[in-house]
Design a protein around this ligand. Structure first.
Ligand SMILES: Nc1ncnc2c1ncn2[C@@H]1O[C@H](COP(=O)(O)OP(=O)(O)O)[C@@H](O)[C@H]1O
Ligand SMILES: [Mg+2]
Length: 255
């Protein structure tokens, strides 16, 4: 049975997609696990980051959410070992209001769809959009765990307590088993004073949640999606790849 893990943070540009894509590819390619990545962001960055041209994609997660297609009709095999993807594109932006309209207890197509394929994968990773809207609520409601990527900035600390409140509410309302798998520091630069202050603050409150290895800021990580390649293929022996490999290992121990 697959473990379902969402990558979530309502702030944009904190490394959710980069972490989701690279951890998924690492676990699939190097640990022999079968992995499905679900792109839950209308921007479709995870989709294009895996080399799939968004404009050519006909069926997306949106079709699953509204019950138009079976999830098996939407899954695409990527060219990377053991890694499948349910893509997204801008059409998914239309799902937010529709999800609001769906009354509680009405057909939960997404949950049913994912349950129907849980046996076929070891991990299902969900790349969430930068908001705490319905798409994120939906993703967290069906997840076993959540990874919170964050940058070492002052506002990140405020953001994280807001996200924690959302997680608490989702646990109460829909998903009591939801756990925080870990907080992942991204675009890390240990030479900055601010970084060290934020890390010290985080250690105070979330010591057991922080992944041991932070992800450094590197050009290779930012250029890889332009080539449609996860970092473990684009620059396998570079810093970014080694750091994501360490985080992937730790994640597999945690969930
Ligand atoms: N460790 C890193 N080093 C350098 N650039 C990074 C790193 N992580 C992410 N980026 C870049 O920062 C931007 C935002 O990252 P992204 O993963 O898209 O964030 P999010 O999904 O949270 O919006 C992207 O352009 C990405 O390529
Ligand atoms: Mg993203």
């Amino acid at each position: 049975m697959a473990k379902i893990v969402s990558f979530s943070n309502q702030k944009g540009g904190v490394g959710k997609t980069t972490s989701c894509v690279n951890i998924a590819a690492q676990i699939a390619g190097k640990h022999g696990k079968k992995v499905l990545l679900i792109d839950m962001d209308p921007q479709g960055n995870a989709t294009s980051g895996l080399g799939l041209p968004k404009s050519k994609i006909k069926k997306t997660i949106y079709d699953v959410i509204i019950g138009r297609n079976d999830i098996n009709e939407v899954i695409i095999k990527t060219k990377f070992k053991n890694l499948h993807v349910v893509p997204a594109n801008i059409e998914l932006a239309g799902a937010e209001p529709e999800l609001y309209d769906m009354e509680e207890g009405s057909a939960n197509f997404t949950k049913l769809a994912i349950e129907s394929i849980k046996d076929e994968y070891d991990y299902i990773f969900i790349d969430c959009p930068p908001s705490l809207g319905m798409l994120t609520v939906k993703a967290l409601s069906i997840s076993d765990g959540v990874v919170i990527p964050m940058q070492c900035e002052f506002y990140s600390l405020e953001g994280i307590s807001q996200l924690q409140n959302t997680i608490k509410r989702i646990k109460q309302l829909y998903n009591p088993g939801l756990q925080i798998v870990g907080i992942l520091l991204t675009m890390y630069n240990g030479r900055l004073t601010l970084t060290n202050q934020v890390v010290a603050e985080l250690r105070k409150y979330y010591a057991d949640k922080l992944f041991k290895v932070p992800i450094s800021r590197t050009v290779r990580l930012s250029e890889a999606p332009g080539y449609g390649e996860p970092i473990c293929y684009h620059d396998p022996y570079g810093k970014g790849s080694l750091e994501y490999a360490a985080v992937a290992k730790e994640l597999m121990l945690r969930i």
